[in-house]
Design a binder for this molecule. Sequence first.
Ligand code: ATR
Length: 276
Amino acid sequence: MTDRYAVVGNPVAHSKSPQIHAEFARQTGQDMVYEKLLAPLDGFAETVEAFRNHGGKGLNVTVPFKEQAFHLSTTLTARALDAASVNTLKFEGEQVIGDNTDGVGLVNDITRNLGFAILGKRVLLMGAGGAARGVMLPLLEQAPAQLILANRTVEKAEALVVHYLKKIEQGITVRSLTAVPYGNLIGPFDLVINATSASLKGELPPLPEHLFNPGALAYDMMYGTETTFMAWARAHGAATISDGLGMLVEQAAESFFLWRGVRPDTAPVMRMLRAA
Ligand code: ATR
């Protein structure tokens, strides 16, 4: 019987995940289907349960259910536990395994696809919500020289810093990890990642003029059209500017690997989506 997977969210109609996973499955010869599942805002757990009872093998979880997916999991991977959110569920007997592949997706896109080494670099992460937290551990594992967190509500960035300073005691190396308000930001940086939702409203956090070092990468976790941040980065001298489409494909590849034990080739899928 063909194995069933889906992406569950609300809204979910815009999701590119079915296209991505269909291409992965074709490429690797896996017998599976991948659908879209719209869950009512107050009916996430019921939707997951029904899918599972009908033979579903796994789910990708998107807005606004990643935290609920975390609580619904019976087993969590270390990175899901750390992120306190789950974007991938795998059903195995009675077990509901929760993983979070967003961070590794971001890091793989930056280091492999864009060929940018994070090791020893000065990095600015903007935002301190779920999206930022989801990528913190994999980013720190790349051993940047410095990771500065900037957030409009600086207390949220400070709380994240306190959490990750504990991790650093457990062996992660970063020379400095600090939280600053946008107004106190002192550039330049080698890598600036926008993990805020400001772009959705066409807004931009207040940034200093000299934000980018020569050769700097400006990365927006959003994808689709050029965001306000990407346009600003273009006008302020970033050497490379990227949206988050590669992150989307790479996190999908990591979910696919968790489910099927096979690593798909992401490059042709990226080309297909860029062409569309
Ligand atoms: P997500 O799951 O996408 O991270 P979230 O948890 O609501 O969503 O977090 C949104 C992030 O974008 C927050 O860091 C938020 O800043 P605050 O913590 O101060 O609210 C940030 N954000 C949203 N709109 C912004 C804007 N116009 N300027 C700067 N930061 C913004």
